[in-house]
Structures are given as C-alpha cells and as structure tokens.
Design a protein around this ligand. Structure first.
Ligand code: SF4
Ligand code: MG
Length: 319
C-alpha cells in the first residue's frame, strides 16, 4: 500500500547572481505502509531538499507530494497544520530543535498539547509512556537536554516524533552524529518501533552500508537525480548503477560481490549550477560512453521493484 508518493518533483533555487541551481530533478518515489525507504547519496545531492517537501517545510517548484492520494503541497492554513500530525521528522541534531530551557517532559509533550490531544495534567503520564517506548527511564522526564548523551537526546527526539502517532516519520541523518555503537542501538529501536506500530519511515543517510541494514527500499540520489531504486538487503548483489557500485565500493570490503567490477569514485561531483548535458554522473563514471554526454538516461525497470537510470540499460544506447 502506497502511503506517500512523490511525482515529478523538481526544485530550482535562484542564486544571488541569477543562476539556477537544480536541487531536485524530476524525482519519483513511493513510500509503502510500514516500510523504510532509504535515500542515500553524498552530501549536497538534494536528499534533505527532497525530504523537506514530505514534512511541508518547503514546496517543490514542480510536481506533487501525495499523502494518501492528496497533494499536500497545496495545503494551507489549518489543513496544513493538521496534516503535520501525520508526517513527523527527526533531525540530525536534536539539540538544535529542542529549547534548552525546557525539561524533557515539556519537549516530548509539546506536540500533544499543541494539537489539544492531552490536558496539562496528563503530561507526566504521557511523557513516561513515551520514554518507555524509546527505552529511557521515567526519571528522565525531569531532566534538561544538556544533561543527556547524544544517543539519549536522539531517543527523546524519536519519542517526541512518536507522540502524535504519525503514519510517517522522516529521519534526516538522524544517527550520523552518533558513535557507531549508539547508531546501531538507535536503528534497532527504530526497527522495533516500526514493526510494533507499522510506521512508514523515510531514512536519509550518506552511509549506504548503514541504510542497507534497515531499509526495505533504497533510492540513490546523485546531483538531484534519483539514479537507482532497488530493494534493500541485497545491494551488493543487485545494485547496477555505476554510482551505486562506487558508493558501495567505498564502504564494502569482505562482503563485496566480486563477480562485478569494483569502481572507485574519481574526480569531483560537478556543481549543481553547471550540470552537464546528458548523464549527471558522466564526469566520474568509468563506463561513460558517447551517448552519456548527449542524452540524459531515462529510468528503466529491470524488475518490478528495481529501476535504474543509466545508458548501460537503456535501449537508445544499444542502437
Ligand atoms: Fe555512466 Fe553513462 Fe551510465 Fe551515466 S549513463 S552512469 S555516464 S554509463
Ligand atoms: Mg542533508
């Protein structure tokens, strides 16, 4: 069941010197009920730009974001406010979104009070219930964010995001600032909560090995373009786009499938201000052909749940 769908989403920014930055270029993605979609790519590739549309922090220049079939980019006023209950977000650095003068109890219960779901007198019990969900002791309700570790703060951010029982949670590099071992426990927690509550998760991450552990579906983004969408879990066997392979080559070692060549990333990503004609990855691709410099590759389906945009797989390149 598709809960959330991006259709032909494009976002252009105008720079002060009058040039156009294409941050998202015709992005099409589907989020399925109770599943995690992992969006992976290097920093600056347009992942956060895209996720902001899902939580109504920005609207695309073109295209639609459908939540349960309704375009949320058109919502305004009270309807927009009400819709925020359905799709919540967890940021990389929760301290930046927490008021340091507020106790955990108030931080966690703020959305519940804002939407009139609970009375002030019900704060303590609701805070305890939510702390328990994220496996933190009830006494934490009386603490301030600065008296907690990074991992504990991220659990508070998750508790706060869960408070309204949203159908979708977007996590933007939500574990990136944490130690590897803490990252692992947070991912285990999210996975457990997802199973219990059937939550749909959008997980943005620059680390493809981490995303592979928790995503049902993986979308790879390069310079604002989704270049490959495939099921999570069997990446080393299934991924075919030269960029996805390169991303994996930089993190995989003993688990690597050596039946396919390993490529390394060479060169710098071009600026999204000066995108070349043709394939956005041409300048760093070891498989680049003449057609790659002329035509942008269209998405083709290799299987019903595996799409790739690369001329190695398009018909026009075979001619
Ligand atoms: Fe490489 Fe060409 Fe495929 Fe782009 S279209 S990834 S340049 S082979
Ligand atoms: Mg980002």
């Amino acid at each position: 069941e598709v809960i959330l769908e991006a259709k032909h989403v494009t976002r252009r920014f105008r720079t002060t010197d009058g040039r156009t930055l294409l941050a998202n270029n015709d992005v099409n993605l589907k989020f399925y009920k109770g599943e995690t979609l992992g969006l992976v790519g290097e920093s600056g590739c347009g992942k956060s730009t895209f996720m902001k549309f899902l939580v109504s922090l920005d609207i695309p220049s073109e295209g639609e974001i459908l939540y349960r079939g309704k375009d949320i980019t058109k919502l305004k006023g009270e309807k927009l406010r009400q819709n925020r209950q359905n799709i919540q977000m967890v940021f990389q650095d929760p301290t930046a979104s927490f008021n340091p003068k507020m106790k955990i109890r108030d931080i966690i219960c703020e959305p519940l009070l804002n939407f009139g779901r609970i009375k002030k007198s019900e704060k303590e019990e609701n805070c305890r219930r939510l702390l328990e969900l994220v496996e933190l002791p009830a006494e934490f309700s009386d603490r301030y964010p600065h008296n907690m570790s990074g991992g504990q703060r991220q659990r508070v951010a998750i508790a706060r995001a869960l408070a309204l029982e949203p159908e979708v949670i977007i996590m933007d590099e939500a574990t990136s600032a944490l130690d590897v071992s803490v990252q692992k426990t947070i991912i285990e927690l999210i996975t457990k909560l997802q199973r219990e509550k059937n939550i749909t998760i959008g997980f943005i991450c620059h680390d493809i090995a981490l995303i592979e552990q928790c995503a049902h579906q993986i979308a790879v983004m390069y310079l604002g373009n989704v270049v490959e969408v495939l099921p999570g879990g069997q990446l080393s066997k299934d991924a075919v786009h030269p960029y996805t392979r390169a991303l994996m080559g930089s993190v995989f070692d003993i688990n690597m499938d050596f039946s396919k060549p390993i490529e390394n990333l060479e060169g710098e990503a071009p600026s999204p201000l000066e995108l070349p004609e043709g394939c956005p990855f041409q300048g760093r691709c070891t498989k680049c052909m003449a057609i790659c410099k002329k035509e942008a590759p269209q998405m083709v389906s290799l299987t019903p749940d595996h799409q790739v945009a690369c001329h190695l797989y398009t018909e026009s390149a075979q001619k």
